[in-house]
Design a protein around this ligand. Structure first.
Ligand code: ADP
Ligand code: GLC
Length: 487
């Protein structure tokens, strides 16, 4: 089989829109599959923030002012395209201002499920009008998880897609896309259709992610450990039975890192670059971060960074207890960047008041600051309750910024606990999900830091790791070819 025709759909994609790692990964998949020689068509919604961005959009005449009904409501969409720098392939944008001209990428609006249902149907409809018959439709997370069903219902009679197959990648099982059972009609099916989960239907809901798991030709997730964890509670979060019912299971493929963006030797956001062994360069970045964060400047004090969506997933509840007592006992500093739930914002703000000069908190989304924290911190804390893959721990390794992580999902697959007797290992890994384990990990890392020889060994180990996309994309390629070939 030669080159594949791939249609990749995602609700966010770098460099156009990003709220988390999905954007980095979707953007990387499009680039990497393209460089393997596949014919890749990528689709995302034209959000307000994208429309007002620095992109030049072109009309796509074949897909203009297309009427689309979802239940009783009527919508209209057009397709636009834009080319990202360094690429010769356009990315397609579904332009439906009624749905996507809103203040945020994701909303709590009552029609949230309709926004992504419209997007997903618009992608299929666009492929039809463009005469593009993908070998694989690659869906990502709940937003696009209804595509496999739509191909088998609304579009079942369409000859163009007769040979198309579907792959669903789960980036985060905590978001499932719950919609009222009445949405069945909008999906072209009767509520009693066997493709819906009967128990969900009895409760009056359709679960987009579960429907995708039941209907897709293959299901993947973003690390081998998470692929095992989601087969049972608690981390299956209700999806475990649907996953276990699949004869082919769920394949875990670890995400890769875009080292063009995330490598201290040429990071576009840093003014001082450094590599392994260049401890002066690392120290200069630490000084810059301390100054920018309003922290006391003492190189002997370990500086711990965090960059995170502030949600329950990220293990922040453990810090209520662990951080104040750790800060009281040990001379450490924290540089924290994040945005999200108010209770966590308040907690970090109160920490900055309680420990002035030792805790810096920047509330908001700031790409440059994220890079500065990776480069300038000594260690990086990710106490996630669960983590499908996680990117920042892999970024941290390359910056010699030692990850302190909970042993779960992709964190378990990318960080090896350091053994000072053998000198092997790349970070500090704690097993139990509780405040005492976080405190233990922070203290252990601080002890290692106090011994410059040990710490430099750890930094060298970390910086020698390689999580580039090459191997990962080969795994996707093998899977896609298998799925496409099995028809
Ligand atoms: P998740 O997708 O669950 O948020 P990941 O670790 O996969 O977790 O990816 C998070 C990505 O989002 C990283 O690239 C990280 O640098 C970025 N990020 C998260 N919060 C912020 C923020 N407040 N400002 C800038 N970048 C952020
Ligand atoms: C999700 C997960 C994160 C993963 C990212 C990209 O948002 O929370 O662990 O790295 O998707 O796959």
């Amino acid at each position: 089989m030669g080159a594949l025709k791939l249609c990749i759909l995602a609700s966010e994609m770098m460099p156009f829109a990003k709220t988390g790692g999905l954007a980095d990964v979707a953007g990387a998949l499009v680039r990497e599959f393209g460089s393997l020689g596949h014919d890749v068509r990528a689709f995302m919604p034209l959000y307000r923030s994208v429309r007002s961005g620095p992109w030049e959009f072109s009309e796509v005449p074949a897909v203009s002012a297309v009427a689309m009904a979802i239940g009783d409501a009527r919508y209209e969409f057009s397709l636009r395209s834009a080319v990202r720098s360094g690429s010769d392939r356009p990315v397609y944008f579904v332009d439906c201002p009624r749905m996507f001209d809103r203040g945020a990428v994701y909303t709590n609006d009552a029609d949230e499920y309709r926004r992504f249902l419209l997007f997903t149907r618009a992608v299929i409809e666009s492929c039809r009008r463009l005469g593009f018959a993908p070998d694989i439709f690659h869906c990502n997370d709940w937003h696009t998880a209804l595509l496999p069903l739509l191909l088998k219902s609304d579009y079942a009679g369409n000859r163009l897609f007769l040979d198309s197959r579907t792959v669903l990648t789960i980036h985060n099982i905590g978001y499932q896309g719950i919609m009222p059972a009445a949405a069945a009609g909008a999906l072209g099916l009767a509520p009693g259709d066997a493709r819906f989960d009967a128990a969900d239907m009895a409760h009056g809901v359709i679960n987009a992610l579960k429907t995708g798991i039941r209907c897709a030709d293959a299901v993947t997730t973003v690390s081998p450990t998470y692929a095992r964890e989601i087969l049972a509670e608690p981390l299956g979060m209700g999806m475990q039975d649907a996953l276990r019912a699949r004869a082919d299971g769920v394949t875990g493929i670890l995400n890769g890192v875009d080292y063009d963006q995330w490598d201290p030797r040429h990071d576009p956001y840093l003014s001082v670059h450094f590599g392994a062994g260049d401890w002066d360069g690392k120290a200069a970045n630490k000084r810059a971060l301390l100054a920018a964060s309003g922290l006391e400047s003492d190189p002997a004090v370990p500086l711990i960074g965090m960059v995170s969506r502030l949600t329950e997933q990220k293990g922040l509840d453990l810090l209520y207890e662990a951080l104040p007592s750790f800060l009281e006992r040990r001379n450490c500093a924290f540089a924290i960047l994040g945005d999200g739930e108010a209770r966590y914002v308040q907690f970090f703000e109160s920490l900055t008041r309680e420990f002035p000069g030792r805790v810096g908190f920047h509330c908001g989304y700031d790409e440059a600051k994220a890079h500065a924290i990776e480069a300038g911190s000594d260690a990086f804390l990710m106490p996630s309750r669960y983590e499908p893959c996680g990117l920042n721990q892999m970024y941290s390794l390359r910056y010699g910024t030692i990850p302190i992580v909970h042993k779960t999902g992709g964190l378990a697959d990318s960080v090896v606990h350091f053994d000072s007797a053998t000198g092997i290992g790349t970070g500090c890994v704690f097993n139990d999900y509780d405040a005492a384990a976080v405190a233990w990990a922070l203290n252990t890392a601080a002890d290692w830091f106090a011994d410059a020889r040990v710490w430099r060994r750890l930094m060298r180990n970390a910086m020698g790791e390689d999580f580039s996309w090459g191997r990962r994309i080969a795994e996707y390629d093998t899977l896609f070819r298998r799925v496409a070939g099995a028809r």
